[in-house]
Design a protein around this ligand. Sequence first.
Ligand code: SF4
Length: 403
Amino acid sequence: MDLARKLSILADAAKYDASCASSGTSRRDSVGGRGIGSTEGAICHSYAPDGRCISLLKVLLTNACAFDCLYCVNRASSNVPRARFTVQEVVDLTLDFYRRNYIEGLFLSSGIIRSPDYTMEQVVAVARTLRQTHDFRGYIHLKTIPDASPELMAEAGLYADRLSINIELPSEASLKTLAPEKDVRAIRRSMGRMRARIEEAKEEKRAPAFAPAGQSTQMIVGADDVNDRTILATSANLYGAYRLKRVYYSAFSPIPDASRILPPQAPPLVREHRLYQADWLMRFYGFEAGEIVDEAQGNLALNMDPKLAWALRNRERFPLDINRADRGELLRVPGLGKTAVDRILAARRVRAVRLEDLPRLNVPLGKVMPFIICPGHQPHRLIDRADLASRLAPKPRQLALAL
Ligand code: SF4
């Protein structure tokens, strides 16, 4: 099989991994669009620790996996074309694309070849060759295999900027049913080891860097019947226990010849979007996992963002006086982001913030009016209006545009 065909299969197989957002690009500067140098479908975008958006070559080493996770298109029993790169082929492709300025780094994952250790040795060999033989300074994100030996994981961290281990599913019961060869204890053990090594390297100034961009994971959403409340509780636990940088949510996509246990349809894409918004609220807005989802519903509302849904369930907390509320309270006002809150706090140090000041502070008046009080604005029980949800929730067309 020629290299271009392998690339096409192995880049396509990697697109299900959400830890690095795929955004197929097509370069037209190679013969037929698919020759060497063509990056079709193989480039994704990710964010570096400093917030820069970077382009990565996103591929699997192989999609011929020895495991048979029911939700995965690369599982052993799947009827898809298979391919496998050699270590040298991935190294050459990475260097070739890097020199052409197509990419700034590599995202490498793999199906299980023979055994977790054998697979991890190959993955590590790619990173080692790039770093040691070619002095490659680009970004490297390695997806690691939880059952691989701690020594291999430790070596991976010396070369990779980021390491990730997929938790795969939000509950142990689902993992047992849908991916019986995976062991949640092994996954968590590996995450724990990584956390310890990352922290040790940071504390010990002279120690070699170890995965300086931290560790992340991915959870598949909608392959089982676990609700959003449980998903967010699992994420909160992972952030707390293992100091993960990110939990990525990947909406289950139906696969050919799928098991009957799996749902026939993908969950609505907006569910994934709402989970990311809720995750953001946990990480940056001081929300607890347990309060974001309505306990009676179990799932996030799809027709409005989780912060607005939370505010409408907690109307007794509003309206808030924006000249007296503390930062944590202001962050809970629908429509107020961190930047707007910081601007309000800075402005009110000088004098009281008035209604006419808000547009200058980039505060979206239409969204915040029912939830705040300030000189020039008394909402007069606007917060109690029965039609408030329908007035504030985005219209279907706006929802579609937001996705
Ligand atoms: S181990 Fe990974 S690649 Fe293999 S079947 Fe399971 S999810 Fe797919």
